[in-house]
Design a protein around this ligand. Sequence first.
Ligand SMILES: C[S@@+](CC[C@H](N)C(=O)[O-])C[C@H]1O[C@@H](n2cnc3c(N)ncnc32)[C@H](O)[C@@H]1O
Length: 285
Amino acid sequence: MKTGPLSQDPGSKRYAYRVNKEENRKELKHVKIDESTVTSTKGKKMDLPKKKFYRQRAHSNPFSDHQLEYPSCPGDMNWGKLYPYYYNDETKEMTKKVTIADIGCGFGGLLVDLSPEFPENLMLGMEIRVQVTNYVEDRIIALRNNHIGKYQNVNVIRGNAMKFLPNFFEKAQLEKMFFCFPDPHFKQRKHKARIITDTLLSEYAYVLKEGGVVYTITDVEDLHNWMVKHLTEHPLFERLNEEWETTDKCVSIMRNATEEGKKVARKQGAKYVACFKRLPDPTII
Ligand SMILES: C[S@@+](CC[C@H](N)C(=O)[O-])C[C@H]1O[C@@H](n2cnc3c(N)ncnc32)[C@H](O)[C@@H]1O
């Protein structure tokens, strides 16, 4: 499937918009945006990207070969490019690691709202669709440009979370993983494409630290029951109770921040939440 700007009609407004944004992205994506870069763009506020120019098919097959780029192991990843504020030029080391992941982050609303709430944490969105990832990158570039020093702790990569998670994260690296309004894959024969399955839960348990939390939210009751069943049956997760949910600030952010969550709210649909704690590894005798 062609998804780049060249797949569009070269005379269209969308084509021109995408080409322009692509140039801007190439120039600023990995730059440490500070006072000097803003001066070079003449101190102008940047417009936030417009979603209508990044439209793409709603679903991407998680089993197809997307020619994705991924590191052979977490240590091979160039994290300084994504979070230049946290890269020490002298030691050539990152000063922090990613501890929060938004799996299937869509248009990035959760990351943007979590960023100021967790200024000490680096957060990464992983998104499989190209244009949607481009949108989040452009959104972060504009936010960093318009609010100097802010939004430095969030970024996004195009990736398939069902295939390459341990290539990006070490064992026990993450504190929180969000699964917000994941694709429901309604038909029974498509259930294997759901992002919560027994096998994948073992991978999520691997990258989550003890006491870390998996957050799930959906408007599809059947999917909610599926996620609760699989997480409850998994030996390394334990459900957190409603009282915990009402006091945890991420739960209220997750209910309201994401684009899908807003859509559901507009339609006055139900939102089903379930959160699970990563248990300690059992002792092997
Ligand atoms: C229904 S949308 C929800 C987006 C966002 N979390 C929200 O709540 O607004 C699900 C997103 O997950 C992405 N996605 C699906 N499978 C994925 C995978 N294996 N790896 C990464 N992203 C995936 C889709 O492209 C889509 O943007």
